[in-house]
Each structure stands twice: as C-alpha cells, then as structure tokens.
Design a protein around this ligand. Structure first.
Ligand code: NAI
Length: 245
C-alpha cells in the first residue's frame, strides 16, 4: 500500500478529503491537510497526529492560483518533498439554467475546475523539479458524465476534471507521474445539505438504496495512490454504488 510519501489533500477539513487524509496517514504518508476552513483542517491534522501520524494544516483557497502554488511550496518546506496531490476541494451551487448568472457559473468553475488545473500545474511542476515521482488524484463526480437539472455549472466543471485527468496523465507519464480521477455517487457529507427528503431520493438512485459513506471513497483514493494501482492512468473510477450502471 501507499506509504512514506508526502501528499497534499485539498478539502481535507471535511467529508471525503478528511477520510482520505486519515487513511493515507494511517498507511504511513505525511499529509498536508489543505482547506479554506482552517479550523477544520487543523482538527484533521491534530487527529492524525494524535494517532501517531504526520500531518500539517494549510489554509488555502483553491480557486486562487497563487494560493495553490504557496500550498505546494508549504508541502515541500514542511516534509522535504512532494509525491502526491488529491485535488478534492469542491462546492455545489444548484440553480436552474435560466437563473445561472455569470457569478453563479464562475464560482463553481473557479472552485471545482480551475483548482484542479492549478493543482496539477503547480504540483507536477514541483514534482518534476524535485525529480519526485508520484500520483495526482482528482475528485470528479458522476455529474462529470451525466447531466443533472440545476447543475449546469457543476456538470461543466466535473466533466472538465474527467478530461484533465486523461490529458494530465498523457503529458506527465514520461515524468513518472500518474494522474487519475475518482467519481463519487451521492456521499454522506455536508455538501449534500440537510434536506432529509432529498437525501432519501438520492439514496434511492444507488443499488443499495443508501448514501455512500465517505470512507468508501477514501478506500478507493488510497488504492489509487498505491503502487498496486500503477496501471490505472488517466481513468476516472466511479464509486457510485452502481448508479451509472
Ligand atoms: P464537503 O463539503 O464535506 O467537503 C468539501 C471541502 O472543500 C470542505 O472542507 C470545504 O471547506 C472545502 N472547500 C470548499 N471550497 C474551497 C476552496 N475554495 N478552497 C479550499 N477548500 C475549499 O464535501 P465532500 O463531499 O467531501 O466533497 C469533496 C469533493 O467530492 C468535492 O469536489 C465534491 O464536488 C465531490 N463530490 C461529492 C459528492 C457528494 O455526494 N458528497 C458527489 C460527487 C462529488
């Protein structure tokens, strides 16, 4: 399994990112827990350290190129190298297309799409500069390959993430860097909000009629970072309890 690597996880203060941070730390990796929510990132890092793992928190707005570059520098300053990046932070902003004003569109594109470009660009550049091989995992969504009402912005962003994993993999393979994606179904995290009726309806779209726990996505992310996944390159792996099947 993955171990002894320095890995940045964005969105590490909550949900999928937090669970991935716990699992990758448990496997022996040093984790930069990066998030806009600084308190939450610190809490994740503290929990890892309490279990004997290595972690450091970093406040970042992933929609800002210079902050993502600073995050990459922080990882190298803190742990001496960089072997991996989980571009996972994201938001949703649901609105009918006829109300999808430019601000609502750009907000989601900036946080969910441009952040992944910044992470791949600054992360891979640093890894190549250091001669460090590694893996970049990007969080897409089932909505990167199927349309959902009210999600014109999110659909566009996540489809771009699917393609960036392919395109990034193609260009970075020669440097020993794999780029892959994960496409969750409906995961039981705060991003879904607290409308229980809606959650029930979303659960029914899964083969087991329940929301997927974030640990299930983290299991797959940990595997994607490992040597055992060395032949998975450019693909986006669905963790959707059969929704797209
Ligand atoms: P979450 O809301 O629990 O975690 C998202 C994290 O991203 C939060 O800690 C938040 O502070 C952080 N974040 C938001 N904007 C940020 C910014 N500009 N800069 C830095 N950090 C920022 O949600 P979850 O579910 O763990 O989401 C993780 C990823 O999974 C997102 O990319 C989301 O789109 C994706 N996803 C989630 C699904 C779900 O059903 N929960 C389904 C498919 C994809």
């Amino acid at each position: 399994m993955a171990g002894n690597k320095a890995i940045i996880i964005t969105g590490g203060a909550s949900g999928i990112g937090r669970e991935a941070a716990y699992q990758l730390a448990k496997a022996g990796n040093a984790i930069v827990v990066a998030d806009f929510n600084e308190e939450g990132a610190k809490e994740t890092a503290a929990n890892i350290e309490a279990q004997g793992g290595k972690a450091a928190a970093f406040k970042v707005d992933v929609s800002k190129a210079e902050e993502v570059e600073a995050m990459v520098d922080f990882a190298v300053d803190t742990f001496g190298t960089l072997n991996g990046l989980f571009n996972n932070a994201g938001i949703g902003l649901v609105k009918p297309l006829l109300e999808m004003d430019p601000a609502s569109y750009h907000k989601v594109i900036d946080v969910d799409q441009h952040s992944v470009y910044y992470g791949i660009y600054y992360g891979a550049k640093k890894m190549v500069e250091l001669g460090a091989k590694g893996t970049i995992v990007n969080t897409a969504s089932i909505y990167g390959s199927m349309a959902a009402k009210g999600s014109f912005n999110y659909n566009a962003a996540k489809a771009a993430v699917v393609m960036m994993s392919k395109s990034g993999a193609l260009e970075l393979a020669e440097h020993g860097i794999r780029v892959v994606g994960v496409a969750p179904g409906f995961i039981d995290t705060p991003i879904l909000g607290d409308n229980e009726e809606m959650k029930k309806a979303l659960s029914a779209l899964h083969m087991h009629n329940q929301l997927i726990q974030p640990e299930k996505v983290a299991n797959v992310v940990k595997f994607l970072f490992s040597e055992e996944a060395s032949a998975i390159n450019g693909s986006t792996v669905a963790v959707d309890d059969g929704f797209l099947s």
